[in-house]
Design a protein around this ligand. Structure first.
Ligand code: NAP
Length: 175
């Protein structure tokens, strides 16, 4: 598992290990809003994951910033583009290369969003990054289909932490 919050990640892995005692897990700390180039993702994968035979990759992390582009901060916009747009493409490319070299069939699943189909004033970075990764990985599906099943999940609304993180707990409770 790769995530930014080591304590939370370890808690989730402990739950999985208790439920499935035969599995082994590994926590790799990575804040996707800090990584901007493929070379950095390649270094993380080479140093921390190259000894594992990865068969299924799920690229799920995402954030949602609310507000008109002219009013949100530079950092909010950059973070959203890095987390929602760059990480699924850059980390996904590095891991796709390892999947393509496996003997067995593999899978790569990217969480996009129903918002990838919509123009979304007030959430332009969200819908456009989701459209970007959705289009990108749908193309890769055809390139890789002899060896890897590539699935883009364009899910609809689900009550999760993403809303509280973007519009606050009070607003999220009204959804
Ligand atoms: N909820 C919906 O209605 C909905 C609809 C369509 C698509 N989606 C997509 O579904 C995916 C999962 O979201 P969710 O709804 O389950 O919300 P969530 O509970 O907030 O999950 C988002 C995950 O992304 C991680 N993340 C955020 N920023 C990160 C960063 N800089 N580095 C590493 N990890 C980071 C979060 O880690 P922390 O726990 O450390 O915050 C969290 O585990 C996202 O891609 C989202 O866009 C959600």
């Amino acid at each position: 598992m790769m995530a930014r919050n080591e304590q939370k990640m370890k808690g989730k892995l402990e739950v999985l290990e208790k439920r499935f005692p035969k599995i082994t897990t590994r926590a790799v700390v990575c804040d996707f809003s800090d990584v901007c180039v493929i070379a950095d993702y390649r270094k993380i994968v080479e140093e921390q994951l190259s000894d594992i035979d990865i068969g299924v990759v799920c690229l799920n992390a995402g954030i949602a910033t609310e507000g008109p582009v002219a009013l949100i901060s530079d950092q909010e916009l950059e973070n959203e583009i890095r987390v929602n747009g760059l990480h699924p493409v850059y980390l996904g490319k590095v891991l796709l290369e390892t999947l393509m070299n496996r003997k067995q069939r593999s899978a790569l699943i990217v969480t996009a969003s129903i918002m990838s189909f919509m123009v979304n004033p007030g959430g332009c970075a969200y819908s456009s990054t989701k459209a970007f990764v959705s289009n990108f990985w749908q193309g890769v599906h055809f390139e890789a289909k002899d060896k890897v099943d590539v699935l883009v999940w364009t899910c609809g609304g689900v009550r999760t932490k993403i809303f509280a993180d973007s519009i606050g707990a009070e607003g999220a409770a009204k959804l």
